[in-house]
Design a binder for this molecule. Structure first.
Ligand SMILES: NC(=O)c1ccc[n+]([C@@H]2O[C@H](COP(=O)([O-])OP(=O)(O)OC[C@H]3O[C@@H](n4cnc5c(N)ncnc54)[C@H](OP(=O)(O)O)[C@@H]3O)[C@@H](O)[C@H]2O)c1
Length: 309
């Protein structure tokens, strides 16, 4: 089997390499999933960079998202069947041919979803859905979304529209503004421009951009801070900021709650509400080319690692 491995923390292009490895051992309650597709998300690269070094032992295989097929089951593994397509959640490891994990962390995938839809069903769609529930905007309220051209930014714009709220989309370039024309934003603002008073906001950028949005949120409103794309922490808390880590939610809820939330996500993926554009697919052996494509300023969707058909 092949796997993309980080043996030390550092810039992904420098530390990630594809290795040939022995198949994983099968513990009694585990399954082995043959991965079919797994995208590159910012959270994967942040982890490679060492942001979570206190809880990520080296070497490690990145990839929090992805879909595969159950290929082997330990004698005590339950809840899935051989040959079933599943999302193998709970820990990184999607960027390899075979991923071993406890069967209880597998979420079965409905047959009508494509591999691309399933591979991008977890990290962004579930986060967007949960954050919208947390913010609970009222109809006609103005809500800020920065990095609005990102995969999750677009989902938030659509969910806000469905909720009857009005999204103020913040982007960092005229190109991103042009690309957002098809999404339901009430207003598109360039980074650094003044924001209107907001009832709430979603910040994936941090730094000055996140701070500007926090200051635009009216007293009593909430800014959900869920990403650090600028690499710069949010300045001192304005009293309106709440963090949103998907990982904490997923590890805190019961398995039926997780499955119920994913069932709703799958339904919203069918309609396109939580759909993700895919830019390109690469084999694990082409990790450097995949990373370069991910970092390209022209990228318009996710870059996936995928198994040959
Ligand atoms: N807290 C959680 O649990 C959680 C869950 C899901 C996602 N996230 C976070 O959500 C963010 C977006 O993820 P994604 O998968 O949707 O990303 P993505 O589709 O790969 O898109 C990345 C986006 O980031 C924008 N960007 C990069 N650097 C930026 C900067 N310094 N200032 C403003 N925009 C910048 C890019 O803008 P251009 O289009 O202009 O190039 C692009 O639109 C990431 O920070 C990720 O970690 C967090």
């Amino acid at each position: 089997m092949q796997r993309v491995v980080a043996r030390r923390f550092g810039p992904p292009q420098e530390v990630l390499q594809c290795e040939v490895a022995s198949p994983p051992a099968l513990a009694p309650q585990d399954v082995i999933v043959r991965m079919r597709a797994s995208p590159i998300n910012p959270s994967d690269l942040i982890t490679v960079g060492g942001a979570y070094r206190h809880r990520v032992p080296l070497p490690f295989v990145p990839g929090f998202d992805g879909v595969g097929v159950v290929e082997e089951m330990g004698p005590a593994a339950a809840g899935v069947r051989l040959g079933q397509r599943v999302l193998p959640l709970g820990a990184a490891g999607g960027w390899q041919t075979l991923k071993a994990l406890p069967a209880e962390w597998c979420v079965p995938v409905p047959d009508d979803l494509t591999d691309e839809q399933a591979a991008t069903a977890y990290v962004n769609p579930l986060t967007a859905r949960l954050m919208l529930q947390r913010l609970a905007p009222e109809p006609d309220q103005l809500v800020g979304v920065n990095a609005a051209n990102s995969a999750i930014g677009r989902m938030l714009l659509r969910l806000l529209h469905r909720a009857g709220a009005r999204a103020v989309a913040v982007v960092r370039s005229a190109r991103a503004r042009a690309l957002l024309q098809d999404e339901p934003a009430a207003e598109i603002v360039l980074q650094g421009q003044a924001l209107p008073p907001l009832a709430g906001g979603f910040d994936a950028v941090g730094g000055a951009d996140g701070d500007a949005m926090a200051r635009a949120v009216a007293a009593g409103g909430t800014l959900l801070h869920y990403g650090l794309l600028s690499g710069v922490p949010l300045p001192a808390d304005q009293g309106r900021v709440q963090l949103f880590p998907l990982r904490a939610w997923v590890h805190a809820v019961s398995r039926p709650e997780l499955h119920a939330a994913m069932a709703q996500v799958f339904q919203d993926i069918r309609t396109g509400m939580l759909g993700t554009a895919v830019e390109a697919r690469y084999a694990f052996g082409d990790v450097q080319a995949a990373l370069a494509r991910h970092a390209s300023p022209d990228r318009r969707g996710k870059v996936l690692f995928s198994a040959p058909e």
